[in-house]
Write a protein that binds this ligand. Structure first.
Ligand code: NI
Length: 439
């Protein structure tokens, strides 16, 4: 609300309440200046802070639309800073204070841009007035051609002025919108923090929502700042934990898929099932069961061809038909794709972009399709597992279903947590990656 009022204030260009905060800031500047001289050994930390404050103050006196600077630094905060200078202690800005100052600076920049447009409008007003005056003079001399000429100039000026007004209105809208998005995003990111610490109950879903809010912020600097705070959240969420992704390809089929689901449920672990479109179409209840039990349902083409051998058109058909068949059957929209045999080319990536799916490969191949031996499968897992591994298996083989209980037991003993590929993308902030092989 406070921010909206401020925008309103700024739009109306009311410039009344600047004196008190201005003097306050001025006094603070002098005190800070004295503190700066007094404490030579703290030159570095204070220098930066003073520069920033002076810069803001300079603009502040030129453009009092930023007069609510006291809204950003509270009276208590100012007093605390003042006290530190008097005590000759170094001033080191807290991240939250730093963020506030950055916010003010951007806001002032936006206001400056707006002023430029407003100045142009008033210049046009002046020109228009000159032309009107000339019109009066010419009228007296009664030269029709000359009058027409002046009218022409006048009309052209009017058109230009209208265009400028339109641009001004557009900028005002944009300005308001940007401020709103920025404020919303800052609040959203703050909601993930408890003071300077990350809240322990932060969920992936909450973080994802916040990320969407941050994406809307127009200012690249503010966005970058918020993104680095989000990256800190992810880092803390991963801290001291070992994640892996168990992936099951080529299903769903009857018994082995069912057994794998049962084993995962008992161990309370989640997997990602790269389904063939034709199998999902043939066994819609099973495809739905996979999704309903909390696993991720993903695309593995419609009928398992080697995609780079196909025309662009056929590739597109394989991706899109499977995407639709899997979503129709499971009720879950696939956002991941695994190319059969791991074979893909630009045509595949282009089709994936069209349906909004990421290309997912693997970093541990259990070779379960080849060995058909549950002990051999377990051995590969034990030999090659590492935090962030994407483990490739196939839910169409009984021997894979046989191997899974021992694999999950091993993961538990080694403190690994198996979760879906999409959750790992969120945990590792790999939203922008086109192809992922490992985390
Ligand atoms: Ni396959």
């Amino acid at each position: 609300m406070r921010r909206q009022n401020r925008i309103k204030r700024m739009r109306q260009q009311k410039r009344k309440k600047w004196i008190v905060p201005a003097s306050l800031l001025f006094v603070l500047l002098i005190v800070l200046g004295l503190g700066y001289v007094a404490s030579q050994e703290n030159v570095f930390a204070q220098d930066e802070w003073l520069d920033e404050l002076e810069e803001d103050a300079g603009r502040f006196f030129i453009d009092d639309s930023a007069s609510d600077i006291d809204d950003e630094l509270s009276f208590d905060e100012v007093e605390a800073l003042e006290k530190r200078v008097i005590d000759e202690k170094p001033i080191i800005l807290l991240p939250s204070q730093k963020k506030k100052l950055n916010g003010i600076e951007k806001q002032i920049d936006d206001a400056d841009n707006m002023l430029t447009v407003q100045q142009s409008v008033s210049e046009f007003k002046d020109k228009e007035f000159e032309a009107e005056t000339e019109k009066e003079i010419v009228k007296d001399s009664v030269d029709k051609e000359e009058i027409d000429e002046v009218y022409e100039v006048l009309n052209a000026l009017k058109e230009e002025k209208t265009a400028f007004y339109a641009r001004e209105a557009e900028m005002l809208d944009l300005f308001g919108e940007q401020v709103t998005y920025r404020e919303e995003a800052i609040e959203a990111v703050d909601s993930l923090f408890d003071g300077e610490k990350i809240k322990v109950d932060t969920s992936l879903a909450a973080k994802k929502e916040v990320k969407e809010a941050v994406k809307k912020v127009a200012s690249p600097e503010v966005r970058k700042d918020l993104e680095s705070s989000l990256a800190e959240v992810s880092k803390q969420m991963r801290d001291g934990r070992k994640f892996v992704a168990l992936t099951f390809d080529d299903g769903p089929v009857g018994e082995s898929t069912e057994r794998i689901l049962k084993t995962l449920k008992e161990a309370d672990m989640k997997g990602t099932f790269f389904m063939l479109g034709r199998n999902a179409e043939a066994m819609p209840e099973l495809a739905k069961k996979v999704a309903d039990e909390g696993h991720e349902v993903a695309n593995h083409s419609f009928s398992h061809p080697e995609l780079p051998r196909l025309s662009a058109e056929k590739v597109n058909q394989q991706v899109k038909e499977a995407h639709k068949a899997i979503e129709d059957a499971s009720g879950q929209k696939p956002v991941l794709f695994r190319p059969p045999y791991g074979a893909y080319n630009d045509n595949v990536l282009k089709s994936l972009a069209e349906v909004g799916e990421k290309n997912i490969l693997w970093s541990v191949d259990t070779l379960d399709w080849k060995s058909r031996d549950s002990n051999a499968i377990l051995k590969v897992v034990k030999d090659y597992i590492h935090p962030g591994a994407i483990i490739l298996m196939h839910d169409i083989h009984d021997t894979t279903a046989d191997a899974l209980p021992a694999i999950l037991e091993y993961l538990e003993a080694e403190d690994y947590e198996a979760t879906t590929v999409s959750e790992l993308i969120e945990l590792y902030d790999l939203d922008d990656e086109e192809t992922i092989t490992d985390f």
